[in-house]
Design a binder for this molecule. Sequence first.
Ligand SMILES: [Zn+2]
Length: 267
Amino acid sequence: MKKLFIVLICVGMVAGIGIGGFMMLQTLGQEQGQEQTRQEQKQPKYSTRESVFADANPSLSEAEVKKRVAMNLDQEPYTSAAEVKDPDSITVLVNQYNTLPSDYMPEDLDVVVQDEQGVIALRKEAADAYRALEAEAKENQVDLRIMTAFIPYDSIQASYEELKKAHGEAAVDASFSRPGSSEYQTGLSADIQIGEGENAQQNIAQNEQYAWLLDRLPAHGFIVRYPEDKAVYTQMNGQPWHIRYVGKDAAQAMTKDGLCLEEYALR
Ligand SMILES: [Zn+2]
């Protein structure tokens, strides 16, 4: 009876260890499996450029790495620029990585202002949209003025060289586009101000009527091209006075989703 008891205990122990061990192994296996899946999910599928950029910018999320590389932000500005395929497109993206041919000239320029200081012109569709915006502004006692619009390549080049001499390349690149990368050549961009006065343009965002203007821009097909909070994508300092015509659909979509043109172009 004693022997049988011992045998039973031994059988019980063996069975116990066996079952316990099996369960432990099973749990371990499951955990390893889960760990593996987790790592597979975590491991970003990067291209070579994305990998290099991710290593250099460890704080960026996978989505952000892919987004910035898609914008070519892993490349030095102006070093790997490609000519835009459709310079006449209303939503054309012109920047440090996407350039206009030096001989590009819009064919449908339309004079918006002509005075003793010269001519201010935009492409027809943008000019019509600007006139409608300005008329609506006047109705609302907002003294909106257009100061600069289309500039041909050669003049942009001359200004760029002059500014570079005066302020140095880095300072100029932060707020002035190099020839070929300048939106002024598209005939879709304008610098505006409210009222007159020396700093009316520079300080437009502090004007109490600027909020009205911001609110009405998208309905007329315009966006603020270089918002301060998008400088990481535009690589330009904030320019609240620089508006760009992209058409009503794009302007409203970009405003609704909080996108700058660089982000919109990735869609
Ligand atoms: Zn401007």
